[in-house]
Design a protein around this ligand. Structure first.
Ligand SMILES: O=C(O)CCC(=O)C(=O)O
Ligand SMILES: [Fe+2]
Length: 270
């Protein structure tokens, strides 16, 4: 199992089965030079599972570019319609559909247009990927005692929270959960929204959980920032959405009145 957080690069003629096996092995996958075509992407990924509906469709007033795909970052749309799905600020490590009852097993993203990349490191919208296990291991090394208490809170405290805009049935279990094919005691899943610590601090009696989530997330962030991933056009990333967190560094949104053309499409699969 790769615990250094680096993505394993597979050839672009790899089968979905090869991807599933590598993911089972613990790896996060990157397939370079994948065709920039929504139908090809969905056709390839549907062998991994049934795609969950694009959540843009669950947001009133949002437009959907292709069925089952969620387009992020920025793109000049039709006149008068500029999509700004994500703010330019950093996205700290999180998991997809963390709030939802029906959670995707895999998370995939295809880089279409990376936008400006000539800023200092950590300011070009570089992608961040990290297995939660790597963060847990660092936390345990930092303090076994503190880790024991935090891990118990993460694994045992039931909690529910909502997405910012999407409204769908919510999950009411703990943020950490056992996996049927777990390899060791740190090989568990997490459902964590990027701003979860702040959300929890607004709830009654959730401060200890907020502290534990914050420790996990800041440790994951620090680890991911050591290895920011600069995605090239055509890089297709596929992750186990229980075991791996994803995020993104901040980026410049406009320059001389021009919008950063960066665009990335995502797909979720059960
Ligand atoms: O913008 C990105 O690189 C990632 C976006 C993301 O994490 C999300 O939409 O959930
Ligand atoms: Fe995300």
């Amino acid at each position: 199992m790769e615990i250094d957080g680096r993505l394993r690069r597979l050839r672009n003629n790899s089968t979905a089965n090869a991807v599933a096996n590598a993911i089972k092995d613990g790896a996060g996958i990157c397939i370079p030079s994948f065709p920039i075509n929504a139908a090809t992407m969905l056709g390839f990924l549907k062998d991994l599972g049934e795609p969950l509906a694009d959540y843009a469709r669950l947001i009133p007033g949002e437009i959907s570019v292709a069925p089952d795909l969620n387009v992020v970052k920025l793109r000049k749309g039709p006149p008068g319609k500029v999509r700004t799905h994500h703010r330019s600020g950093e996205l700290v490590p999180h998991t997809a559909r963390s709030w939802a009852k029906q959670r995707p097993r895999y998370f995939a993203m295809l880089m279409v247009e990376p936008g400006w990349r000539d800023g200092p490191t950590h300011s070009n919208g570089e992608s961040l990927y990290v297995p939660w296990r790597l963060a847990l291991d660092r936390m345990r090394r930092e303090s076994a005692l503190k880790f024991g208490a935090a891990f118990e809170i993460l694994m045992d405290t039931p909690v529910f929270f909502e997405a910012d805009k999407v409204r769908e049935a919510v999950n009411a279990g703990p943020v950490g959960y056992q996996l049927p094919d777990s390899r060791d005691e740190l090989d568990v899943g997490f459902r964590i929204k990027q701003d979860l610590p702040a959300v929890l601090r607004r709830c009654a009696n959730a401060n200890l959980l907020a502290d534990a989530v914050e420790w996990l997330q800041t440790t994951a962030r620090a680890a991911a920032m050591e290895l920011p991933t600069v995605l090239e056009c055509g890089d297709l990333v596929v992750l186990d959405n229980n075991r791996w967190a994803h995020g993104r560094c901040a980026f410049e949104i406009t320059r001389n009145h021009f919008l950063n053309p960066s665009l990335l499409i995502l797909q979720f699969s059960r």
